[in-house]
Write a protein that binds this ligand. Structure first.
Ligand code: NAD
Ligand code: 6OD
Length: 486
């Protein structure tokens, strides 16, 4: 079969330490969203390949991985991080080819953070303790942490390597084995990651990759497999529902990082220059294809006109274009289907009476590629679909508010509850509002400032469970209580 040819990346499945073709030899095409050129073909996995990968992962649970001393396992994780950094330029290039994101972004955020995920958990895993209780001279109880077992990692396309490593590093730190199902649009860095794990000393069968689609394909086969003990999933809320149904048959442990419609709440007393600089990022970075992007912006009326004028002016300066051009701030959307969906929301905004203050469609000068201008919409009311639904593109709505109570009521009127940014110089108000906003992650006077020890995840339909530091360990391990009669 053909393999991805651009950089010689082999996009067959990686099972039990080896590249494997699909049993039926089926492949699917991988396209560069920036110019619509075909990059190569990828093996299309299904039930047979998932069966093979899960069997390898199950067997590896009782192999050398099980008995490897903690410090050695920690060193393996550290080495994975080192090897990611050694191949940083190559990985950044692959990530930008697959996703259409600007190369500056892959090389300064996606890939360094992927390495850091391993370096962080290499250290963190050595600090984890458990509890012990003595009951007079009668008994002593102590808890030991065991791996959950075979974990299925199902990944989206927006931050492919960053999010896959965010799952894989703690999964391995806790002694599990993994079957990874990368998003069908972004197969390349997952394959390289599996190779890197092998080179770093991860025994065969511990890390496996099966490429393919979601429903009726590799994703569904993984979620239905009776020997998969847990699924960690990042993606759309509706996919989360389908996975939960499938996983219910064998009562798998689930961790969900899902969609969001995150509010930015800007009070008039905040430092407008700082607000603007960060809001440009929180609105448009990665083409707005970050689950944490703030796409509903609420501005206190006293600052509204000034904010909108300056925000529009700064947004017009953003260069949209070739991801490999250093001037580019905004690259291409992931693919045609998503591009059409986002354009559909722009049409809807017009129909719903929205005023497009800048952007609003495809920029001039591109014959190929899925480019969309960064777009600011005002004049929409709270029931508009553009204000309520996740667009996952470079599109934000701006709405004025008069009181704290009013803005909180609007902000919380959503099925989503992933993150929020609050901008104010009043400490009491910052705390009061942060306390009331229904979201799992709240930033005050900043955005996407990450400390990997802290709980990460969403409320309501934005997620189930938390990851990060000990929260990741809670998910990727089982506590066993041992009671010894004295
Ligand atoms: P998606 O749900 O369409 O796909 C994600 C993954 O799930 C892919 O690998 C896909 O093949 C697989 N999949 C799809 N249907 C499946 C099924 N029935 N069974 C098993 N697997 C299945 O999501 P996407 O379009 O790749 O990503 C965008 C979405 O992800 C947005 O909603 C975004 O908000 C969300 N997201 C959330 C976070 C977070 O941390 N909360 C982070 C990144 C992205
Ligand atoms: O920073 C992280 O750990 C994380 N999970 C980011 C998610 C971004 C969503 O698109």
């Amino acid at each position: 079969m053909d393999t991805i040819t651009v950089t010689g990346i082999d996009c067959r499945h990686f099972i039990n330490g080896k590249y494997v073709d699909s049993a039926n030899s089926r492949t699917f095409l991988n396209t560069n969203p920036a110019n619509e050129n075909i990059l190569g073909s990828v093996a299309e996995g299904g039930k047979e390949e998932i069966d093979l990968a899960v069997a390898a992962a199950k067997e590896a649970l009782n192999g050398p991985w099980k008995t490897m001393p903690l410090t050695e396992r920690s060193n393996v994780l550290r080495k994975i991080g080192d090897l990611i950094l050694e191949r940083k330029d190559e990985l950044a290039r692959l990530e930008s080819l697959d996703t259409g994101k600007p190369i500056w972004l892959s090389s300064t955020i996606d890939i360094p953070r992927a390495a850091y995920n391993f370096h962080f958990f290499a250290d963190y895993m050595t600090t984890m303790g458990t509890e012990a209780y003595q009951h007079d001279d009668v008994a002593i109880n102590y808890a030991v942490r065991k791996p959950v077992g075979v974990v299925g990692l199902i990944n989206p396309w927006n931050l492919p390597m960053l999010l896959l490593t965010w799952k894989l590093a703690p999964c391995l730190a806790a002694g599990n084995t993994a079957v990874m199902k990368p998003a069908e649009w972004t197969p390349m860095t997952a394959t390289v990651l599996a190779e890197i794990c092998k080179e770093a000393g991860v025994p065969d069968g511990v890390v496996n990759v099966v490429h393919g689609f979601g429903p009726n394909s590799a994703g569904a086969a993984l979620t239905e497999h009776p020997d998969v003990d847990a699924i960690t999933f990042t993606g759309e809320t509706s996919t989360g529902t389908a996975i939960m149904k499938a996983a219910a048959k064998s009562l798998k442990k689930l961790s969900y990082e899902l969609g969001g419609k995150n509010p930015n709440i800007i009070f008039a007393d905040s430092d407008l220059d700082e607000v603007l600089e960060t809001t440009i990022k929180s609105s448009f970075i990665n083409q707005g294809e970050v689950c944490l992007c703030g796409s509903r912006i609420y501005v206190e009326r006293a600052a509204y006109d000034e904010f909108v004028d300056k925000f529009v002016a700064k947004t017009k300066e953003l260069v949209v274009g070739d991801p490999f051009d250093e001037k580019t701030k905004i690259g291409a959307m992931i693919g045609k289907e998503h591009y059409d969906r986002v354009l559909g929301f722009l049409d809807l905004a017009r129909e719903e009476g929205g005023i497009i203050r800048t952007g609003g469609g495809r920029p001039d000068g591109f014959e190929k590629g899925y480019y969309i201008e960064p777009t600011i919409i005002t004049g929409l009311d709270r029931d508009s679909r553009c204000v309520r639904e996740e667009i996952f593109g470079p599109v934000v709505t701006v709405i004025p508010f008069d009181t704290e109570e009013e803005v909180l009521e609007q902000v919380n009127d959503s099925h989503y509850g992933l993150s929020a940014s609050i901008w104010t110089n009043d400490l009491r108000r910052a705390h009061r509002v942060a306390n009331e906003v229904e979201a799992g992650i709240i930033w005050v006077n900043t955005w996407f400032l990450r400390d990997l020890r802290t709980p990460f995840g969403g409320m309501k339909q934005s997620g189930i469970g938390r990851e990060g530091g000990m929260h990741s360990f809670e998910f990727y391990s089982e506590l066993k209580n041992i009671c010894i009669k004295l």
